[in-house]
Design a protein around this ligand. Structure first.
Ligand SMILES: Nc1ncnc2c1ncn2[C@@H]1O[C@H](COP(=O)(O)OP(=O)(O)OP(=O)(O)O)[C@@H](O)[C@H]1O
Ligand SMILES: [Mg+2]
Length: 219
């Protein structure tokens, strides 16, 4: 099990819905190895972002364990979560999450201490070189999405989590972005989990899971 990057064990998460308690994740298990690109599909509201946020230590489960590279991180005190997130996880959020006061290139150079040449290289690969000195407010949704992808690649994170990375992109750019994730995973032996509604990019994933009634099933 040495090359297991993410191991989610028996994860339960429920939300209070008025009087009732709604179970969103019902004893979910998920293992992702180095070099593996996993896609998760399922209807809106079924709990895909919830699962990804728990994997990325943005949200704690009601019960269950999360291991990153063999370490049971869910057992660590909350104040250690930030550092683990920063070191081990590159997150591409459904809503981008770029810092408004940093130019696109600075999102990598300032936050991740990435050198100028690497920033150039990554922006070049994603065809967004012209955005390096641009602020997020002056970019389109799709442009911001590609900067967020570049930022996830720029970290040395073992695990890349992408919540609908093609949502604001046209089909050609969307496919290109997912091809980049696939290449990053295979070339640098990282692990990635992508949530998507976009059936046209599913062929790029190594494994596809369907989320239904709080469970994950391999399809
Ligand atoms: N903080 C919260 N409090 C209460 N309910 C929540 C909260 N966050 C999410 N939910 C509920 O949990 C369910 C799963 O939400 P989640 O965002 O994980 O869905 P999703 O599968 O990512 O959907 P989409 O495809 O639309 O992004 C939804 O029904 C949502 O209303
Ligand atoms: Mg979602």
């Amino acid at each position: 099990m040495t090359n297991t990057v993410l191991n989610m064990k028996d994860i339960v998460k429920s939300y209070r819905d008025g009087e009732a308690q709604r179970t969103i994740l019902n004893h979910v298990n998920l293992t992702v190895r180095a070099g593996e690109f996993v896609a998760i599909v399922g209807p809106s509201g079924c709990g895909k972002s919830t699962l990804l946020n728990i994997a990325g230590m943005m949200l704690s489960p009601d019960s269950g364990e999360i291991e990153l590279c063999g370490q049971t991180v869910s057992a660590l005190p909350k104040k250690k979560w930030t550092r683990i997130r920063k070191e081990m996880i590159g997150f591409i959020f459904q809503n981008h999450q770029l810092l408004p006061y940093l130019k696109a290139g600075e999102q990598l150079s300032v936050l991740l201490k990435c050198d100028g040449q690497k920033v150039q290289e990554l922006f070049g690969e994603l065809n967004i070189e012209h955005l390096i000195d641009q602020y997020p407010a002056r970019m389109s949704g799709g442009e911001r999405q590609r900067v967020a992808i570049a930022r996830a690649f720029a970290s040395d994170a073992n695990l890349i989590l992408a919540d609908e990375p093609t949502a604001s992109l046209d089909s050609e750019r969307g496919r290109h972005a997912v091809e980049m994730i696939q290449m990053e995973v295979h070339k640098r032996n990282r692990a990635a989990v992508m949530v998507t509604h976009d059936e046209r990019v599913l062929d790029l994933a190594d494994k596809i899971y369907k989320m239904e009634d709080g469970k994950l099933m391999e399809s």
